[in-house]
Design a binder for this molecule. Structure first.
Ligand SMILES: *C/C=C(C)/C=C/C=C(C)/C=C/C1=C(C)CCCC1(C)C
Length: 236
């Protein structure tokens, strides 16, 4: 078997490599901290570790795929997201459960996230000639999640919770609003439709790379989410 090496100017492959390492390190951290965590927060920390662990396994695979083929590992990217984003919804449910979160709310969040991801996948792959349409549908599902977290049931439950839970939900809300907005940028750069029909090159961002943007987004959001939960578990 040929030994593949990352060229020093291959920033895409490099971010896949760093992403793998970061997700592995974060998983080890969350799993080891489990025994130092009070029982009421253990499930939340476990889920944080599962999110980064699932990502670590996918990143290990995507890193090799990208290095060998020089292509975007779109399918496994979306498999990863389909597993990890619903688990992030579970985090919202778990921290607001004491204040009365229902499984109905959990399913609303999960359903919206699946719609957001499946339609995004359509726009990037089989229907890429209609990437604007699918991007907009995906965006609507995304804004519904933002709504639930900032003004809907999640926000209401958070205000009725302890100050630490309210604070953590606010911070996670910023992750969803700003951190998750990194992904549509990657989509605009990586799909022919660009932003509502304006190609990325016309927007002056044609030089950006979709995978680098997605890799940054994943590191910020998956590890960041986990650290917010970790901080909460130490405060409350
Ligand atoms: C760990 C992975 C995370 C948090 C992934 C989040 C992904 C998104 C918020 C993706 C959103 C998209 C849009 C809002 C429109 C264009 C298509 C997507 C799927 C990139």
């Amino acid at each position: 078997m040929e030994h593949m090496q990352i060229a020093s100017d291959n920033y895409v492959a490099f971010t896949f490599f760093i992403g793998t390492m970061a997700m592995m390190a974060a998983s080890v951290f969350f799993f080891f901290e489990l025994s130092n965590t009070s029982p009421q927060w253990r499930t939340s920390i476990l889920v944080s570790g599962l999110i980064t662990f699932i990502a670590a396994v996918h990143y290990y695979y995507m890193r090799g795929y990208n290095l060998e083929n020089g292509a975007s590992p779109t399918f496994f990217r979306y498999v990863d997201w389909l597993l990890t984003v619903p688990l992030m919804c579970v985090e919202f449910y778990l921290i607001t459960k004491k204040a009365g979160a229902t499984t109905n709310l959990l399913w609303k969040l999960i359903f919206a996230s699946v719609v957001m991801l499946v339609t995004g996948y359509f726009g990037e792959t089989i229907y890429s000639d209609q990437s604007v349409f699918w991007g907009v549908v995906s965006g609507l599902a995304y804004f519904y999640i933002v709504y639930l977290v900032w003004y809907g049931d999640v926000a209401k439950l958070a205000t009725a919770s302890s100050p630490a839970v309210a604070q953590a939900t606010k911070t996670l809300g910023w992750f969803v609003l700003v951190g998750w907005a990194i992904y549509p940028l990657g989509y605009i750069v990586g799909t022919p439709g660009g932003l509502f029909g304006i190609p990325a090159s016309d927007l002056g961002i044609g030089g950006l790379n979709m995978d680098i943007i997605y890799n940054i987004g994943d590191a910020v959001n998956k590890i960041g989410f986990g650290l917010v939960i970790y901080t909460l578990s130490r405060k409350d």
